[in-house]
Ligand binder design. Structure first.
Ligand SMILES: [Zn+2]
Length: 55
């Protein structure tokens, strides 16, 4: 199955056993993406884990 990169609109081939929450990297723009839907497949930019010690 294929999904579209939300950043650069590239078509990304997903493995048939891809599950929601899986992380992958767009081969085109290098953005880390998270699988948010599988039927139909949908990708979103993965949340970056930032160490924010602002307190
Ligand atoms: Zn991309």
């Amino acid at each position: 199955m294929k999904a579209e990169c939300p950043i650069c609109a590239a078509n990304i081939e997903l493995a048939a056993d891809t599950v929601i929450g899986e992380l992958l990297e767009c081969p085109d723009c290098g953005t880390e993406l998270e699988v948010v839907e599988v039927n139909p497949p949908k990708l979103a930019e993965a949340p970056k884990e930032e160490e924010d010690w602002g307190e």
